[in-house]
Design a protein around this ligand. Structure first.
Ligand code: SF4
Length: 359
């Protein structure tokens, strides 16, 4: 087996086992900045069939990249147990991510195991397998979905996603998700100056009045392989101005504290868009997210460079109480605020890849 190419720091520290329980089941636990643990992102695979340039550039994630082997991944029983434990720690929302989560075999089986927990369960996908899977996901208990789509234009789509896959089939997948009754459907568009900024207005026009919500995402320095530069970032304020000049927008209130996207509704009632502004309007102050990698490492920030090994404890017979106390301790010690301290220099620091922990 070829040596696994790890272009990033990949250190695992054993999860600290605290003395005594440090949480009240069902109650929110708070980190050092008073932020509650509310959202868990679960990556179910490190593999993807696209090679988005801002996430999984082909020159790094090429044919020699040794992805994780099946026995290294948390199995569905382990994921379900972990999610159940997090629910008791106050988690209300679970997002399944990847890589591309629909590549994980029988993902609807996992959704069927998680749905009875009664959490707000959603999933982020590149849409390539949605036409095939939408009905099964819905039947298994998934209620809503987010699709990553960086342009409705084939040439621009290829420039951003380097996917040997036609954009028309992603659009068909979105229609299949709507037909299956998944709602709301959110569309995530990462905007990179000089690559797909010409698609901002076509994207807004395409989904306006559809009921689907496009979220325009500032290009971020995630991971250590996407060659991020500040001058390739288009600030959300500029995106809102551009759209509003043609289709007037007005600000809309957040649904809840910690909502990632700032909401803007069309003044004529034709729906809404969102903007996610990690670079120009950091939202770390209300960040309530913890990430679980597909092999069971916990990360307290998207821009982390260190994870804590939950899998080792899971597989060493640790009790539910020990696991929960450890997770509680990890969160209570959390102080992450990367987007508030980002500089061109910090952007070059080695960190975990987004494809490994999910966006
Ligand atoms: S940079 Fe880290 S702490 Fe800030 S919002 Fe993103 S994930 Fe949360």
């Amino acid at each position: 087996m070829t040596e696994r190419i790890i272009p990033i720091v990949d250190q695992r520290d054993p999860l600290p086992l605290p003395a005594g329980g440090a949480f009240t089941p069902g109650a929110h636990i708070a980190d050092t900045r008073g932020r509650a643990l509310r959202d868990l992102r679960v990556s179910v695979t490190d593999r993807c069939n696209f090679r988005c340039t801002y996430c999984m550039p082909r020159e790094v994630f090429g044919p020699d990249y040794a992805f994780l082997q099946r026995d290294q991944l948390l199995n569905f029983e382990e994921i379900t147990r972990v999610v159940r434990l997090f629910k008791a720690l106050g988690v209300e929302k679970v997002r399944l991510t990847g890589g591309e989560p629909l590549l994980r075999r029988n993902l609807e089986g996992l959704i069927g195991m998680l749905a009875p927990l009664g959490l707000d369960l959603t999933l982020t996908t590149n849409g390539s397998l949605l036409t095939k899977k939408a009905r099964a996901l819905k039947a298994a208990g998934l209620k809503r979905i987010t699709v990553s789509l960086d342009s409705p234009d084939e040439r621009v789509f290829q420039a951003m996603n380097d996917a040997e896959f036609p954009v028309s089939r992603v659009l068909e997948g979105i229609d299949a998700a709507a037909a299956a009754g998944l709602a709301p459907i959110k569309i995530n568009m990462v905007v990179k100056r000089g690559v797909n900024d010409t698609s901002i207005l076509p994207m807004a026009r395409h989904f306006r009045g559809s009921g689907h919500i496009v979220r325009f995402i500032e290009f971020m320095d995630v991971g250590a392989t996407n060659g991020w530069r500040m001058d390739e970032v288009i600030p959300s304020s500029e995106i809102v101005r551009m759209i509003s000049a043609e289709m007037p927008l007005e600000p809309a209130a957040a649904h809840y504290t910690g909502e990632v996207a700032a909401r803007w509704r069309y003044a004529d009632g034709a729906g809404e868009i969102g903007v996610i502004s990690s670079v120009t309007q950091a939202f770390c102050r209300d960040c309530t997210r913890l990430r679980l990698s597909t092999e069971g490492m916990l990360y307290t920030c998207l821009f982390a460079s260190k994870g804590n090994d939950l899998r080792a404890l899971l597989r060493s017979g640790a009790s539910d109480a020990d696991l929960q106390a450890g997770i509680a301790r990890l969160w209570q010690a959390r102080s992450d605020r990367y987007s508030e301290i980002r500089t061109e220099a910090t952007a070059r620091e080695p960190r975990i890849e987004m494809s490994y922990i999910g966006g």
